[in-house]
Design a protein around this ligand. Structure first.
Ligand code: NAD
Ligand code: TYD
Length: 351
């Protein structure tokens, strides 16, 4: 039996990765290590909590003593590290929280893995999940981020992720720690915390509230369905080359305003509203400081070397996402009202 610690498993992407691994690998013991910050919600994993190969451990990656204790207890063969502060707007108001969790927290995990494995690296792997935002911003058209693109982060979020990527590689180069890194574009799908663009817009449209679009809505993001990211993580964890980096992207660029217009059309149809109703809610607001113009990933290496491909067309993925949010209004409501963490305790106790 292999033991894998997945950090940040109660969050958006982490919950999809935990679900995939728990269901696909009954022989692995999956330990979900999460501090349950505002972004963590154990309800995301209600369909796997009772599986025998799943354990939840509440721990903060900024607490080195606690992390050491968890590593000594579970003695993981692998670490898949997703825990992070992930919202750019929050990083602008509180950069230190991002430095603590994303930089210090990652270093604590690296050091704990190094201490546990003691140079005996056979069958061991530390997999760090990062973002395309470390590469900075592209011009409107033409170029893409490759694994060779120089780091040029602009926001405190992307600077903290860039720093953590460097530490992961430094532990590989200095101590021989077996690592792999992937940098992914914007994800969308179910269980996405409703402070991010797509779930926020879905919720606001549902309730006839203004949809805030930063600046002129001309910024471009490359959207990938979250389950396609989880599949890529599975493939890279098992087949990625030691010390290597893989870019993951949907080859699916949208300006924010075109994306919101598409979402409005889908929502009008689903809610039985006359076409054009939801688009009236679009409201241009003050731009984000340092707002990166365009992200676009070249994932040729991952596709060629490891055979991964995105599976869903954007319209199809967006419809599935809208369907999930409309069918799970109570999940959204518990988050927006702030009741979600208490609700889980009351409803499910220590499961
Ligand atoms: P999220 O904010 O939804 O979830 C983060 C999770 O980490 C939460 O469960 C939270 O409780 C946990 N966490 C935060 N601080 C912690 C701490 N100090 N100790 C332990 N746990 C802590 O994030 P997400 O969108 O699922 O992103 C997951 C990872 O993927 C992040 O590393 C992010 O940088 C990366 N990523 C995200 C995207 C995206 O579009 N969301 C794209 C590329 C890469
Ligand atoms: P977001 O979901 O925060 O992801 P990221 O900043 O990591 O790309 O934002 C996606 C895009 O949408 C980004 O260009 C900022 C923009 N945006 C808005 O226009 N309005 C909003 O309310 C939010 C949250 C984001």
């Amino acid at each position: 039996m292999k033991t894998i610690i997945i950090t940040g498993g109660a969050g958006f992407i982490g919950s999809h990765v935990v679900r995939l691994f728990v269901q696909k690998y009954p022989d692995y013991h999956i330990v979900n290590l999460d501090a349950l910050t505002y972004a963590g919600n154990l309800e995301n994993l209600i369909d796997v909590v009772d599986k025998p190969n799943y354990t939840f451990v509440k721990a903060d990656i900024t607490d080195f003593a606690k992390i050491t204790e968890v590593f000594d207890t579970y003695r993981p063969d692998g670490v898949i590290h997703l825990a992070a502060e992930s919202h750019v707007d929050r990083s602008i108001t509180d950069p230190f929280a991002f430095i603590r969790t994303n930089v210090m927290g990652t270093c604590n995990l690296l050091q704990a893995a190094k201490n546990l494995w003691q140079g005996n690296y056979e069958g061991k792997r530390f997999y760090h999940i990062s973002t395309d935002e470390v590469y900075g911003a592209l011009e409107k058209d033409g170029t893409f981020f490759t694994e060779q693109t120089k780091y040029a982060p602009h926001s405190p979020y992307s600077a903290s992720k860039a720093s953590s990527d460097h530490f992961v590689r430094a532990f590989h180069d200095t101590y021989g720690l077996p690592v792999v890194v992937s940098n992914c574009s914007n994800n969308y799908g179910s269980h996405h915390f409703p402070e991010k663009l797509i779930p926020l817009a879905i919720n606001n449209i549902k309730h006839n509230r203004p949809i805030p679009v930063y600046g002129k809505g001309e910024n471009v993001r490359d959207w990938l369905y979250v389950d396609d990211h989880a599949r890529a993580i599975d493939i890279i964890f098992h087949k990625g080359k030691n010390g290597d980096t893989y870019n993951i992207g949907g080859n699916n660029e949208w300006t924010n305003i075109d994306l919101i217009r598409l979402l409005c059309r889908i929502m009008d149809a689903k809610l039985g509203r006359p076409e054009g109703t939801s688009a009236k809610l679009i409201t241009f607001v003050t731009d984000r400081a340092g707002h990166d113009l365009r992200y676009a990933i070249d994932s040729t290496k991952l596709q060629r070397e490891l055979g991964w491909h995105p599976s869903l067309q954007f319209e199809e993925g967006l419809e599935k996402t809208v369907d999930w949010y409309l069918a799970n209004e109570a999940w959204v409501e518990r988050i927006t009202s702030g009741a979600y963490q208490e609700y889980y305790e009351k409803q499910y106790g220590n499961r």
